[in-house]
Design a protein around this ligand. Structure first.
Ligand code: NAD
Length: 309
């Protein structure tokens, strides 16, 4: 049995704010170094972003991804397809990108129009180019604790928990939200680290009963103010993945997470801000995955070349 974790006392609020930037920058620096080494050997990473239809919701994300990619030496190509594009046409686009040796990774920006199946598109991205870690093969690998190309947001969230220094072995963790792209992968990643994981969702009775006993709480629901200070254990780590646009009484639009920041800040030992918590780390993991994808493809081409020589 693991020893009890060293949670913070509520009064010890120095370094309470678990900002994503320092971790994100550390990962970016490592990626930039490896990208430069590969470039010297003639290998250039290239990330292709696909937007379909009215991509307004994704504009800021795509701009940020481009900015970070280019800073790290990763070429970033934006493709935008009209709302009228069919599933068959999109599958053909993805198959062509899979076959293109200049493309290291493909990211399909959400949301896509309702007539397209995002799941089928994601499944069509070759596992060696699946930098989002969303292909069923990549998701399946997590169950086997093989994390070559993990789903970006989930990996980022777990890395933030690790940044607290808490020992994950035996840690009581509650994950609120069980979507395929966030909650479920987080639960598997945490189990792989030895944590004791409880997964809560919209059908969970007495959410607070679970969250109050947790040393760490992950929340990925999409409901502002869902988790309040009286629902968490003093000193726990709170990783807020939610992104919600709210209008303040003054009529201002703000982005907030799923936690009621004020009340949770008073109780938690660590809390991620929104924005500025999970988001920056997620972009860094996307870049790291692009680098990993290129390394995998390099190995693949070199071994194919060696066996045909
Ligand atoms: P989703 O809609 O697919 O899933 C929502 C989950 O919340 C479901 O599992 C549902 O059962 C659960 N849920 C709903 N109401 C609940 C309640 N009252 N109590 C407990 N659980 C409840 O959402 P998603 O795609 O997983 O995204 C969740 C949030 O994370 C959204 O705000 C999204 O914008 C954000 N997100 C952030 C990032 C990032 O990089 N920070 C990435 C992806 C998603």
């Amino acid at each position: 049995m693991s020893a009890s974790p060293q949670l913070k006392t509520a009064s010890n609020d120095d370094h309470k704010l678990l900002r994503g930037r320092p971790l994100a920058e550390r990962i970016r620096a490592e990626v930039a170094t490896s990208v430069a080494t590969l470039a010297e050997q003639g290998w250039q990473p290239r990330l292709v972003s696909i937007c379909v239809g009215d991509a307004q919701a994704a504009v800021l994300y795509v701009r940020n991804q481009r900015r970070v990619a280019e800073k790290l030496g990763i070429a970033f190509e934006e493709r935008v397809y009209p709302d009228s594009v069919t599933q068959a046409e999109m599958l053909a686009v993805i198959h062509a990108l899979n076959a293109d040796p200049r493309v290291s990774g493909v990211i399909i920006q959400r949301p896509v129009p309702a007539h397209l199946s995002i799941k089928q598109l994601q499944s069509a991205v070759h596992p060696l180019k699946d930098v989002e870690g969303m292909n069923p093969a990549s998701i399946g690998n997590i169950v086997y604790n093989e994390l070559t190309l993990g789903p970006c947001t989930s990996v980022a969230s777990v890395e933030l928990l690790k940044a607290t220094g808490l020992d994950l072995k035996g840690l009581e963790v509650v994950v609120i939200g069980h979507s395929e792209i966030v909650g479920k992968p987080i639960a598997f990643l945490l189990m792989n680290e030895g944590a004791t994981v409880t997964v809560c969702h919209h059908m969970t009775r007495h959410l607070a009963m679970h969250s109050r006993k947790a040393d760490a709480v992950f929340v990925a629901v999409g409901k502002a103010g869902l988790v309040t200070g009286n629902m968490i254990k003093p000193g726990c780590a709170l990783i807020d993945i939610g992104i919600n646009q709210v209008t303040t009484p003054e009529g201002e639009t703000r982005v907030v997470g799923d936690a009621d920041f004020e009340s949770c800040y008073d109780v938690a030992g660590w809390i991620t801000p929104v924005p500025g918590g999970v988001g920056p780390v997620t972009v860094s993991i996307l870049m790291r995955n692009t680098l990993t994808a290129l390394q995998l493809q390099k190995r693949h081409y070199e071994s194919a070349f060696a066996s045909s020589a």
